[in-house]
Design a protein around this ligand. Sequence first.
Ligand SMILES: [Zn+2]
Ligand SMILES: [Zn+2]
Length: 271
Amino acid sequence: MKNNDTDPIFSVCMLASGSKGNAIYISGGGATLLIDVGLSGKEIQKRMALRGLDPESIDAIVITHEHTDHIRGAGILSRRFNLPIYINKKTYKAGEKTIGKAHALEFIDCGKDFFIGDMKIHPFSISHDAVDPSGFVIECMEMKIGVATDLGIANLVVREHLKNAHLLILESNHDPVMLIENDNYPWALKQRVKGRKGHLANEDTRDLLVELVHDRLHHVILAHLSEENNTREKARASAVQALNGSKIALSIAAQHEPGQVIRITSSGILP
Ligand SMILES: [Zn+2]
Ligand SMILES: [Zn+2]
């Protein structure tokens, strides 16, 4: 494939992010996929239309784990647009009832690459309270995207996989003080969120970013923010410490509206 400096290698749009629903649009290498479909089919189509994206262009759905906020609309969209769902076996078994009949299933395994178009996708294990949850590294024409949301700790496996990415989509779930002081959250739920199989706190994300920052990292998207136990300002302020005055763009994915479409070219990210 030939590519000019200004032709996008990847186009990425955070259609939704957070405990009420997740979906990431990624187009590249002649194909388009959604990572997770945690909104209704109708809502996904509405949000794509808002950003000028065509649902007919989607080639596949890729699933991180079976929690409802990641699979709610996967079956519907798969049937409506004849899309294969790439999912690992345990996750499929656990989410089968919610997904319903899929147009087609492609079973994947953590640690084993697969291709959608010319996008090389590598799933890796993450620590979360699901049966076999995964993050993803997606590569095309020497550009790399790293995706890790819904993880309690950024262990060595996670840190190694996310190295050298040009775009990072990372969870920055909660502010620990807000979480502890939240009277609406029962103790057990607080323990779950904070635990090794829960969600990354702003500080955890900052520490992870300190390790991952490099010259060719263009953009960081903070994702899966808690609406109750975090604010965009707190998440941003924490991540900014890690970016340390560099030119790396920082954006925050929202729950209730789609983000802007981010275009990655071989020379960086288009404005
Ligand atoms: Zn989630
Ligand atoms: Zn989850």
